[in-house]
Design a protein around this ligand. Sequence first.
Ligand SMILES: Nc1ncnc2c1ncn2[C@@H]1O[C@H](COP(=O)(O)OP(=O)(O)O)[C@@H](O)[C@H]1O
Ligand SMILES: [Mg+2]
Length: 360
Amino acid sequence: MLFDLHPKESRDELFGRDSELEFVRRQVLAGNWVIIGGQRGIGKTSLLKVALRELEGDGFRAVYVNLRGVNSLRDLLSLLVNEINRSRINLGLRVSLNFVVGSLGVSVRSGRRVMNSLLELLLSISDRTVIGLDEVQELSRVGGQFLKILGNVFASNPRVSFIFTGSYVGLMRTLINPGPDSPLYGRPPVEVRLRPLGDDEAREFLRRGFEEAGVAFNRYDEVISRIDGIIGWLTLFGNYHAIRGLGFEDALRMTVEEGGKIMLSELEHFLEDKVNKALYIAVLQALKVVSRWSEIKSAVSAILGVGVGDRELMNALNSLVGYNFVERRGRGEYGIADPILRQVDMVPLLRRYLRREANV
Ligand SMILES: Nc1ncnc2c1ncn2[C@@H]1O[C@H](COP(=O)(O)OP(=O)(O)O)[C@@H](O)[C@H]1O
Ligand SMILES: [Mg+2]
């Protein structure tokens, strides 16, 4: 079902990503690791899950791990242990140092160092295995150690491949473009960047989804002009209109409303470790009306009620670009990437952060 809201898991549910899927598959078969990037709702998780399923067909064992909310290697270790046990992946003899082997699989010996255990676990995998790590940027806080483990696995256990997804900042950038000091230097994963559907593809997606649901539909342009070719928003709209039976206007309004809530919670998650949260929101608020550097700067200063410095503004913009909230549009011009985020009222959030920051 195209309008099912879960990430897609099988090839026949996946719309318009044939070439990307084939590419990912071929890269893994050739021994390369892969990174799937792109903005929220563009279909990274779906492509990852379908690719894992296809690779199972090619004889791989496949493991999917969602790293959302996982920010320590200990959490990663326990998720991996669970998945490896669940999929009955064979581990070589080496695994006995840090693990106890039982009838239900392995468990970590108490008191062992997480780094050593993780490494031992990954090095001992003896089946051809592909591990999908979704939202890898969540591990940024332990990025250095994580990269060391990856470098070691790449060098020492060719039976294990990784597919990563995530936003383009910090850890992701180091994965794509490892510098000479990085354990992955000289062996960067191959990158697949997912793009929004073009207008014709978006129309075709909606047409097929409505056809599948047996619901008549022809107001394509109104939908696409509001939510672009972001496949996740098109799916949400189709679900409201065709599956839940809301009228056209209500379905579109709900898509923008609910999509707005999703984007706001993504934004708050992104801001968790930022000190000057209000600045970021002010930048987004400014980008609703202006796009050039100098205009952004004066708008942000006006919104915050204090002048903002060049470096501070540049850092905030770069970081928003890095996380795919904002995109560069030509020289010194910026815009909000997501069509729904563009329509979100950010004033309440801005007020809240301004109040909080005034209190500290
Ligand atoms: N190629 C696709 N075909 C059909 N539906 C898709 C496709 N890609 C994504 N979707 C739908 O869009 C929504 C977001 O997809 P998801 O894979 O979770 O995106 P991301 O991981 O990039 O945020 C989900 O409801 C999913 O079912
Ligand atoms: Mg996802």
